[in-house]
Design a protein. Structure first.
Length: 419
C-alpha cells in the first residue's frame, strides 16, 4: 500500500494496473467487515458523489431517519488484495458513510475516530497504536465448514511438526507485508491451534484499519488452506482465549511524549485506567468475552505493572524510561474505530483532569494474597454488568455522541437476544 493516494492518483492506478473490481469497505456498528463492489468506470463517481447501499440490512446503520446512505471511498486507503487474481486485479478502499444529501452521517464510526484524533491534535499530540492479536485455527469438514477440532496440538513457541500453522502464518505475514502492514513477530501460542501475530505501531486511524485488513487476510488465507480461523474470545473451554493487546504511544512532531513530557502519557493512561469499567462494553462485546477474563493469563483485576504482563495495563520501562503502555483487556470482536475512539477519549479526560495512576501491582498473579486481591477493583464479569456500567457512565454521557448512545442500545438488543 502507498499511503497518501489522491483521487487522481487512485484513478490513474486503476487505469494502469488492470484493476477490474473495486471493493468499498466499511463496518457495521459491531465492527463486522462489509463491502460493496463496483466496476472501475464507477470509481470517479464514487469519489464525487458516493455509492448507495441497502443500509437497512446493516446493524447500527438501519436507521429510519436516514434511508439513503452512501459510501465515499478514501483514496489514501487504496490497497490491492494479493490473494485475488493478478490478472483483472481487485483493490479496496475504506469508506466514510454519508447521508443521501452528502452530509455527515452521525453514526459513522470512522468519522468518530477521526474527530477524536483531531481533539488530540488540538491538545498537542498524536496517538500511535500497535497490535498484538491472537487467533485459533480449526479443521474443516468435507464441505469446508468449521469444526471444533484444533488444527494442531502445539503450545507456546512450538515448531513443526507440533506447530502446523507456521506455513499459514508465513503466508499471512507475507501477504500483510505486500499490503503495506508491518508484522514484526509471529508464533504458536499457548492453546492448541492458537497463533499470534504482532505489528509495528502506526497512527491510530491506520492502525484501526490495519486491524480490519489483518482479520480479512487471516480468514482469507486460512480458508485458502482449508482451515478455519477464529478470533472468538474463548473458542475452547478451559484453554487460553484470544486477546487483542493494544500498545499506545503519544507523540509530538514524531517524538515520543515519554521523552518530552512523561506526565502527559501518565495522565492519558490514568484516564483510561479510571474509566475502564465504563468502556469495557466497547472493548468486549460478546458474552464469550467475559469467559476469558481471569483465565490463562487474561486480566481480571484493574491493576497495572511495569514487568508483570498479566495485568490489565502494562507500562514498561526500557532503559529507565517509560515506553508507552499496553492495554490487555480487549478482544478482536471490537469495532476498532469505535473502540479506539472511546479509549482515546478516556485518555484525553485523564489529561484534562491531570489524573494520576495508582501504585503499581508488581506481584505475580499467583502470589497475590486473597486480602490484597479483595481490595482491587475488577473488570465487569459479564456482558450484562458491562452494559450496566456503560449505561450509568457519566463519562460516556458527557461525550454526547449519538454513536455511543446507539452502540449501547444495540448492545442491549444483543444481550437480550442471548439471554
Amino acid at each position: 500500500m502507498m499511503a497518501g493516494y489522491t483521487k487522481e492518483e487512485a484513478l490513474e492506478y486503476v487505469r494502469e494496473n488492470d484493476v477490474k473490481f473495486i471493493r468499498l469497505a466499511f463496518c457495521d456498528i459491531f465492527g463486522r467487515h462489509k463491502n460493496v463492489s463496483i466496476m472501475p468506470e464507477e470509481l470517479e463517481k464514487a469519489f464525487d458523489v458516493g455509492v448507495g447501499f441497502d443500509s437497512f440490512f446493516i446493524d447500527g446503520l438501519n436507521d429510519p431517519e436516514y434511508q439513503d446512505l452512501l459510501l465515499i471511498p478514501d483514496p489514501a486507503t487504496l490497497n490491492t488484495l494479493p490473494w485475488r487474481p493478478q490478472q483483472g486485479g481487485v483493490i479496496r478502499f475504506y469508506c466514510d458513510v454519508v447521508t443521501g444529501d452528502g452530509k455527515t452521517y452521525p453514526y459513522d464510526a470512522r468519522k468518530f475516530l477521526r474527530d477524536t484524533l483531531k481533539e488530540c491534535k488540538a491538545a498537542g499530540f498524536s496517538v500511535r497504536a500497535a497490535i498484538r492479536s491472537e487467533f485459533y485455527l480449526f479443521k474443516t469438514d468435507e464441505n469446508g465448514n468449521p469444526t471444533d477440532i484444533p488444527w494442531d496440538n502445539g503450545s507456546s513457541y512450538d515448531i513443526a511438526p507440533l506447530d502446523r500453522g507456521e506455513n499459514i502464518r508465513r503466508e499471512i505475514c507475507l501477504c500483510l507485508e505486500e499490503m503495506g502492514l508491518h508484522p514484526t513477530t509471529s508464533s504458536h501460542e499457548a492453546g492448541p491451534g492458537k497463533n499470534e501475530i504482532d505489528f509495528l505501531g502506526d497512527d491510530a486511524m491506520r492502525s484501526a484499519e490495519h486491524f480490519i485488513t489483518y482479520k480479512n487476510v487471516v480468514t482469507s488465507i486460512s480458508a485458502g488452506n482449508g482451515v478455519y480461523a477464529s478470533f472468538s474470545p474463548k473458542p475452547i473451554k478451559g484453554k487460553s482465549g484470544n486477546g487483542l493487546h493494544l500498545k499506545f504511544k503519544l507523540q509530538q512532531a514524531g517524538v515520543d511524549m515519554d521523552e518530552i513530557d512523561p506526565s502527559v502519557t501518565s495522565q492519558f493512561c490514568a484516564g483510561i485506567f479510571n474509566r475502564i469499567k465504563d468502556i469495557t462494553l466497547f472493548l468486549n462485546t460478546t458474552k464469550e468475552s467475559y469467559l476469558r477474563f481471569g483465565e490463562n493469563e487474561a486480566p481480571k483485576y484493574i491493576a497495572w505493572a511495569s514487568e508483570n504482563k498479566y495485568r490489565l495495563f502494562r507500562v514498561p520501562v526500557t532503559r529507565g524510561k517509560r515506553d508507552g503502555f499496553t492495554l490487555r483487556s480487549p478482544d478482536s470482536e471490537i469495532n476498532p474505530y469505535l473502540a479506539y475512539a472511546v479509549i482515546i477519549k478516556a485518555g484525553l479526560a485523564g489529561i484534562k483532569n491531570k489524573e494520576e495512576l495508582p501504585a503499581p501491582t508488581e506481584e505475580p498473579m499467583g502470589q497475590l494474597s486473597p486480602e490484597y486481591a479483595m481490595d482491587l477493583d475488577r473488570l465487569p464479569g459479564t456482558l450484562a454488568e458491562a452494559l450496566s456500567c456503560a449505561k450509568n457512565s457519566n463519562f460516556l454521557k458527557e461525550i454526547q455522541s449519538p454513536l455511543v448512545e446507539r452502540f449501547i442500545e444495540e448492545m442491549e438488543k444483543r444481550e437480550a437476544k442471548e439471554e
